[in-house]
Design a protein around this ligand. Structure first.
Ligand code: ATP
Ligand code: MG
Length: 205
């Protein structure tokens, strides 16, 4: 019997309810059996030197998904020495035996609209179905400008709009403005007990 797997990549610095809601809504909409969250190791699109360590981001992603049977977290990009690219991660899942017809790559709309900057992005439609959740501030109309091959493998999922980002959470944590109800309770405690985001200038994404 086939098992439909959604994979959701992200920096998750930190993971927040926008990520969890997007994953859950896409899971329900496409009837996916499970979702694998994949925190980036050394992301090619961000200034890695200013990021929270991969281990801290991985730990927070584990805490956020603990107790949700359909959700799991992969170390594949955290453990990779070289920079992580979506196309490599998709190929790795296929090599491990998942049929590309059962593989769904979940993004928010902002990420989808930058797909033309990703390594070998034209290979992506042959490797998976792309599932994109709406995100406040990003227009669905812009999807029309994407290559037809991408649009042909795209499923758009309209989700309740949750206008939060990790950038905003880092900024609130640094300024002691409170992050309760924006991230799961265990993630909030982890950020507080490890003193994350306190003293650093907040990197803009
Ligand atoms: P940052 O502000 O650091 O860029 P972020 O909140 O955008 O953080 P990422 O780790 O960059 O989080 O995003 C991972 C994935 O989650 C991306 O595909 C992104 O589009 C999606 N995503 C993040 N926040 C939301 C949200 N509020 N609604 C829908 N999708 C989201
Ligand atoms: Mg982002």
């Amino acid at each position: 019997m086939s098992c439909k797997v959604g994979i959701m990549g992200g920096t998750f610095d930190p993971i927040h309810y926008g990520h969890l809601l997007a994953a859950e809504e896409c899971r329900r909409s496409l009837k996916l059996d499970r979702i694998v969250f994949i925190p980036t190791g050394n992301p090619p699109h961000k200034d890695a030197g200013r990021l929270t360590s991969a281990e801290d981001r991985y730990a927070m992603t584990l805490l956020a998904t603990a107790g949700v049977p359909e959700f799991s977290v992969s170390r594949t990009e955290v453990d990779r020495a070289r920079p992580s690219h979506t196309v490599d991660t998709l190929k790795e899942f296929i090599e491990r035996g998942i049929d590309s017809r059962d593989l769904y790559f979940i993004t928010g709309l902002d990420a989808l609209l930058s797909i033309a900057t990703w390594k070998d992005y034209m290979q992506i439609p042959s490797l998976c179905t792309i599932v994109t959740a709406t995100r406040p501030g990003y227009s669905l109309a812009e999807v029309e400008s994407l290559p037809v091959e991408i649009r042909g493998k795209l499923k758009l999922v309209e989700i309740p709009q949750f206008a939060i980002s990790s950038t905003e959470i880092r900024s609130r944590a640094r300024e002691s403005r409170g992050i309760r109800f924006l991230v799961p309770r265990l993630v909030e405690s982890y950020i507080e007990s490890c003193g994350l985001y306190r003293d650093v200038e907040v990197p803009q994404s």
